[in-house]
Design a protein. Structure first.
Length: 320
């Protein structure tokens, strides 16, 4: 791995020449943590909803030379057939890409009206025993077909799946990724989710750089963050902050989402054109971010291929 060089701040020389020097970076703000392979950052393409979208992402990543460490899906295990899941597992294994599928059901698709109020009710949480059981069923089915990363949006589901992992009902090398829709916003909540079994935690894209540093002072668990967020997650576009996001938040997955793009969950063939076009554009957004990092001399520190999962060894022992 190439050690990251000190990045050039955007526009620094031109601004300094007219009396607007950039403030000096505080070395104490930098995260001291890495992925197990020593990498500071990896890439993730979200909302890859099936084998066809996955093929588009993999082809486009080759064409644009965008390394992809992880792809994630948002509609849920239950929206895919066994053959589709098996095909995605095989395609990702062949390319050394981590595959992460969402567990379901979830409150936003339930019969309860609370999630459709202005307050949002309980959000994506699994309402009742049957919804919890559905998430467990998805996890058992997906891992039985070879999936080793599951996306979770409910703390009870997370804790339950972790206990099943500890007991051997789920494979010991299964990892759990916390959804952006329930992501922690302070160091204490980040630690709580980690202790419940989360191996990779998606934080909201509107956290400040100081917030990332605060989290890194208490936890080394990998962080996932949209460099560009979908509109329902705020629509933030933070490309020019990418180098600093890495410096403060490492180990960090850079997620390439899309603002001003229609929602596609739960995905079906009626949304095919939108899903494939957005999958292609997400990879292009990744190329834009990688080019920006290179121009600023901040493209060092990426986890090298092959791209392993985060690894249980990175996380402190959880009590079942």
């Amino acid at each position: 791995m190439t050690a990251p060089s000190l990045p050039r701040r955007p526009g620094v020389d031109a601004l300094a020449a007219i009396g607007h020097p950039a403030p000096a970076a505080d070395p104490a703000d930098a995260s001291p943590h890495t992925f197990p392979d020593g990498g500071l950052w990896r890439t993730e393409i979200p909302s890859v909803e099936g084998p066809e979208a996955l093929a588009v992402v993999l082809d486009e990543s080759t064409r644009l030379d965008v390394p992809v460490h992880r792809i994630s899906q948002g509609s849920g295990v239950w929206m895919l057939t066994d053959a589709e899941i098996t095909g995605m597992v095989q395609a990702c294994d062949e390319r050394g890409v981590e595959l992460c599928l969402f567990t379901g059901p979830r409150g936003t698709w339930d019969i309860g009206a609370g999630t459709r109020t202005d307050s949002g009710g309980a959000g994506l949480r699994a309402r009742g025993h049957d919804a919890l059981a559905g998430c467990v069923e998805d996890a058992l089915r997906a891992t039985g077909l070879g999936v080793r990363c599951l996306l979770v949006a409910d703390e009870g589901v997370l804790w339950t799946l972790h206990r099943l992992r500890v007991s051997g009902r789920l494979p010991a090398d299964t990892t759990f990724k916390l959804s952006a829709l329930t992501g922690p916003v302070n160091p204490a909540s980040y630690t709580v989710y980690e202790q419940l079994g989360a191996d990779s935690l998606n934080v909201p894209s509107d956290l400040t750089l100081d917030h990332l540093t605060e989290i890194r002072r208490v936890s080394r668990a990998p962080m996932d963050m949209y460099v560009e967020a979908p509109d329902d997650l705020g629509g933030c576009i933070r490309m020019y902050e990418t180098a600093e996001l890495i410096r403060r938040g490492a180990p960090l997955y850079l997620k390439f989402g899309l603002s001003r793009s229609p929602g596609i969950y739960p995905y079906g063939a009626q949304l095919r054109d939108t899903a494939l076009a957005s999958a292609r554009e997400r990879v292009r957004r990744g190329r834009l971010v990688l080019d920006l990092l290179a121009r600023h001399g901040a493209d060092g520190g990426m986890s090298p291929p092959p791209f392993p999962r985060p690894g249980r060894a990175l996380i402190h022992a959880h009590s079942p």
